[in-house]
Structure formats: structure tokens, C-alpha cells
Design a binder for this molecule. Structure first.
Ligand code: AN7
Length: 340
């Protein structure tokens, strides 16, 4: 039997943790990289999917949270706080629970996916529903962390990026360094920044293509969006905290930040589920939507980051997918239902 190794253990030499530091880990990282034959055929390139939805709480946030909460514990903090569109909240709540710390998460009221809300509550965090959007929530929690002895675990926390950069290490290892481009959804712009850091630390420079939802595309427009709107609730963010660094990374990599519509996101999301058998949450499908819309741009091998699990957002799935077939408990009816 192989014990699950968390990412601090796997990559300690590349992370700001010593051998005696406390580690709050649940075997995050080391996620599957699976080939996408249907997608590869459609775009005429060798396309791979990095399944970050298979992390312990179902999103890539666990990579960063493992490091941010471990560091907070080392510093003696007893409470962690974050603003979140949902996944950061679920992850912070879980790692706080495991560390024996208090978790407080601020989410935009009525605007996060059901699964994420359920997670944050069950892990025992105090869940505060703010009558405002994510950007307002982030501004307010930054002040909370300034004025109180509470550790802020949003991706403005440098340890978050340290943890998240390890996904770039894994990609390079799994593909023997052969990677021409990365397609990734962009919200608060921490993850694309973290990947670039990871690639640079390994001397690699794949092109970074970041994708935002049309109604929440501040980086594409070049100005903050006051009322961001998209079906992809995870990336409903109008004023990304890592704006400059993310733009610098995409530019340095000869990549780009581009927009995809909600319809394009949902088409890609449905294609992934029905053709590749991979169910991600809508925000994650922005990476594939962007690849389908803008093409491979001469890149031979491309990885798309699927940032979160489809089970996070069952409501969107049920609203968009086909309905069930009702059937009386009798063989003739079942035959008709199955074969019809
Ligand atoms: C599934 O949880 O911002 O560009 O508060 O949940 O690093 O922000 C989530 C972001 C992509 C964007 N995909 O990453 C939060 C939050 C999923 C996400 C992103 C998020 P960043």
C-alpha cells in the first residue's frame, strides 16, 4: 500500500517549510493528468487535462491552502479568514478544521454553488453571507486581517502561490518537460501567477493562455468590472488581486488573456462530460472553451487546467442537462424506456 503524500512532503525542497515545521495536509496535489482524445481531435493538437477537481476538497485551492494554513499554524494564528466565490471557502474551512483552528469565510450572499456552501458549513467554518460581491468581500476581509490577529488565506497570501506552483512541477514531470501551452481559467488571477512561478523555477516557459468569462473580464477589458456576471460563479470577479503579476506572466510567456461567453463555457463543459467523461465545474471549462474558441495557435502539446469538480455545482448541472426518464415499476414500461 502506498501512503498518500501531500505536496509539502513531495516538494519540500521547493517550498518555504523546514523539516520540523507543522504540516496541515490531506494528500493534496499529485492529481491525474489525463489525455483528451476528443478534444485533441477537435483542436488538432495533443491536449491533456489536469484534474484539479480530484484534490481533497474538490478544487486546486487545496494546494495553496495546505501551505497557507500550515504557515498560519507555524505563526501561532488561531483563526483563518478568507473572502471567496466558494472553493477557497470550502478549502479554508477544511484545512482550518484539520489544524484545529477557527475558520471564517465570507461569501457573496446567494451567489456560490451549493456544494461549496455545504462543504464550508459541514467543515464547521463560520460562514458569513455578505450582501455584496466577491470584490467587496475581499476588500473587507483584508481590513479585518489588518486590524485583528487573524490570518488571511486568500491568494494575496504568498504561501497560497507557493503551494499552487506545484501543479506546474507535476505537469512538467508527467509530460517529461514537453509542454507548449497552458490553458487556465482566471478569476482573482492567483493561479495563473502561481503556475508561472512554478514553470520559471523549473526553467520552463510554456505559453499561458488565461480565460475570463465575458461578463467578468477585467483583465481583457483593462479595467475593473463593477458588477461581474457569469454562470461560472467561481470566476465572478471584477477586480483581481493579482492583476499586474498575472498580466506580466501571460505577456512574458507570449500568451494572452482572452474572454469566453457563458454559452461557450457551457458548451465546453458539456463536451468534456459527454465526450471525455470528465465532469468539471463551469468555471473550469473556461480553459477548454478558450482553447476551442481561439485554437491551438501553433502549439503542439497543450494542458488545460480543470480547476474544480463538477459535483461542486449540481444545480447548474441539473438546470442545463437533459431530464430523467420516468418509468413505472413494470418490465414492459422499462423496455420502452430503455429502448425507446
Ligand atoms: C474552480 O474560491 O476565487 O484566478 O474565492 O474556484 O486563482 O482566482 C476561486 C477561483 C478558477 C480562478 N476555477 O482562480 C474563490 C476563488 C475555479 C475557482 C478559479 C477559481 P484564480
Amino acid at each position: 500500500m502506498t501512503r498518500s503524500v501531500g505536496l509539502i512532503e513531495r516538494y519540500r525542497a521547493d517550498l518555504p517549510f523546514g523539516p520540523d515545521d507543522p504540516v496541515v495536509s490531506m494528500g493534496e496535489g499529485s492529481t491525474p493528468l489525463v489525455h483528451a482524445p476528443a478534444l485533441s481531435e477537435r483542436v488538432g493538437a495533443d491536449v491533456w487535462l489536469k484534474l484539479e477537481g480530484l484534490n481533497p476538497t474538490g478544487s486546486f485551492k487545496d494546494r495553496g491552502m495546505c501551505c497557507a494554513v500550515s504557515a498560519a499554524l507555524r505563526e501561532g494564528a488561531s483563526t483563518v479568514i478568507c473572502a471567496s466565490t466558494g472553493n477557497t471557502a470550502a478549502s479554508a474551512a477544511a484545512y482550518a478544521a484539520r489544524a484545529g483552528m477557527r475558520g471564517v469565510v465570507i461569501v457573496p450572499e446567494g451567489r456560490i454553488a451549493t456544494g461549496k456552501l455545504a462543504q464550508a458549513l459541514v467543515y464547521g467554518a463560520r460562514v458569513i453571507a455578505l450582501q455584496g460581491n466577491f470584490d467587496e468581500a475581499l476588500r473587507l476581509v483584508r481590513r479585518m486581517a489588518d486590524e485583528h490577529p487573524i490570518a488571511l488565506v486568500n491568494s494575496v497570501n504568498a504561501f497560497r502561490l507557493e503551494g499552487q506552483k506545484t501543479a506546474a512541477f507535476e505537469l512538467l514531470e508527467d509530460l517529461d518537460g514537453e509542454l507548449d501551452a497552458l490553458c487556465i481559467p482566471v478569476g482573482n488571477a492567483g493561479n495563473v501567477t502561481a503556475y508561472w512561478k512554478g514553470f520559471q523555477e523549473r526553467g520552463a516557459s510554456p505559453r499561458l493562455f488565461g480565460f475570463q468569462a465575458e461578463g467578468a473580464a477585467p483583465l481583457v477589458l483593462g479595467r475593473p468590472v463593477e458588477r461581474p456576471e457569469t454562470v461560472a460563479s467561481a470566476i465572478r470577479i471584477g477586480n483581481p488581486a493579482r492583476w499586474e503579476e498575472a498580466m506580466a506572466a501571460m505577456t512574458a510567456s507570449r500568451g494572452a488573456v482572452r474572454a469566453v461567453s457563458d454559452e461557450e463555457i457551457l458548451d465546453a463543459w458539456a463536451f468534456l462530460a459527454s465526450r471525455e467523461g470528465v465532469f468539471c465545474e463551469p468555471a473550469s471549462a473556461a480553459s477548454v472553451a478558450g482553447l476551442l474558441k481561439y485554437g491551438a495557435d501553433g502549439c503542439a502539446r497543450i494542458a488545460c487546467v480543470l480547476t474544480g469538480n463538477g459535483l461542486k455545482d449540481p444545480q447548474t448541472a441539473l438546470d442545463r442537462a437533459g431530464g430523467v426518464v420516468p418509468c413505472p415499476a413494470e418490465f414492459g414500461a422499462l423496455e420502452a424506456a430503455v429502448l425507446g
